[in-house]
Write a protein that binds this ligand. Structure first.
Ligand code: GAL
Length: 358
């Protein structure tokens, strides 16, 4: 009897144990499944992009900042933006903070092409890929370079000015030598001018970089060029509209504004107004909306570990950087409406209102 009782008791206990086990098993597997999946995959976490900018000083960079944020957020990404106002140490510190802050990919507009190589190293140490935006970072393993074709920018400028002044004395107002673009732009200018120089038709009587792209430095340099050549200058090619504006102020001081052709770049509003007023001949339009849309998409792809193939590469002194170079457009009074205004880059009202201070 006792034996049967014990067995029954044992069974009951076993059943209770099984029951309890079943109860536990029921619970346990669910919790585990949930806990395993979400944190690791990160599939549905928003990609976090760091956008390290040199400056917001020129009009175009405000557009780059706002259009890039819009394009990236449209793709569901988060964007952290910092501008270093031309300060190399600050740009490095800002990028480091972004890297430590957990960005998934870094997009950088370098102030100084060489100094920012350190940022690329730091990003790679943290497993973060780097896109050089508009300007190349030199001597570093940059993952991707996306810009407009800067050599073509120079060619478009020189072609327009050579058409207007096939023979004469030229002044070249270059950009900031810390910016790799200025060397590409100047190469493009010489690609077009060299044959005329070799024929003795064109004489570059003044050729200087403009520190920090500052209009006041360009104005000073242009005044120096006019003084050194007894105002015998027939054409000016300036690396962008900000420096062209400075040069035109120096020309105005000699009563020469609107009398000699001037080339610029960036299709700034003031430049479009100067083209209408006749004090600037042309500018080079670079549809920023195309650049920001492409880079936002590529940044998200890189952050997700996708491979990006490009048909072009640019050597940055260390490696052949996979690159995408967008087409710029020459703009003068004849096609302002079909380009800059048609794209909504500037409104017709803005462009045709009086240009200030020229
Ligand atoms: C260059 C850029 C130009 C110009 C300049 C000044 O790198 O390509 O569009 O604006 O910087 O910031």
């Amino acid at each position: 009897m006792k034996q049967i009782q014990c067995r029954i008791a044992g069974l009951l206990m076993a059943m209770v144990a099984v029951g309890m086990l079943a109860a536990c098993e029921g619970q346990e597997p669910e919790a585990q499944k949930e806990r395993i999946l979400p944190p690791e995959t990160g599939q549905d976490e928003a990609v976090k992009i760091g956008f390290s900018m040199d400056t917001l000083k020129e009009e175009r960079w405000l557009k780059d900042r706002d259009l890039f944020r819009q394009a990236a957020e449209k793709l569901g990404a988060e964007v952290e933006i910092a501008a270093a106002n031309g300060d190399d140490a600050l740009q490095i510190a800002q990028a480091e903070a972004m890297i430590q802050g957990g960005i998934d990919v870094l997009v950088i507009v370098p102030h100084n092409a060489e100094a920012t190589a350190a940022i690329v190293h730091k990003a790679h140490e943290a497993g973060i890929k780097v896109i050089a935006y508009d300007r190349l970072v030199k001597n570093a393993d940059v993952d991707l370079y996306v810009s407009f074709d800067n050599e073509q920018v120079g060619e478009l400028q020189a072609r327009a000015i050579l058409d207007a002044v096939p023979k004469g004395n030229y002044a070249y107002i270059g950009g900031a030598p810390t910016d790799n673009n200025v060397h590409l732009i100047k190469k493009g200018v010489l690609n077009v001018l060299q044959p005329a120089i070799d024929r003795g038709d064109v004489n570059i009587v003044y050729d200087e970089w403009t520190d920090d792209w500052a209009p006041e430095n360009a104005q000073h340099n242009m005044a120096e060029a006019l003084r050194a050549n007894g105002n015998q200058i027939d054409a000016v090619i300036a690396a962008n509209d900000a420096t062209a504006g400075g040069a035109i102020k120096a020309l105005a001081a000699q009563g020469m504004n609107g009398k000699i052709p001037v080339a610029g770049q960036d299709a700034e509003l003031a430049a479009a107004q100067r083209i209408v007023a006749g004090t600037q001949t042309m500018t080079v339009y670079k549809p920023i909306q195309n650049l920001t849309a492409q880079v936002a998409e590529l940044a998200v792809q890189l952050a997700k570990g996708e491979e990006i193939m490009t048909s072009v590469s640019v050597n940055n002194g260390k490696t052949e950087v996979p690159s995408i170079l967008l087409a710029p457009t020459a703009v003068d009074a004849g096609n302002l409406a079909d380009t800059v205004i048609a794209d909504g880059f500037h409104s017709k009202e803005e462009v045709y209102q009086e240009a200030k201070n020229d």
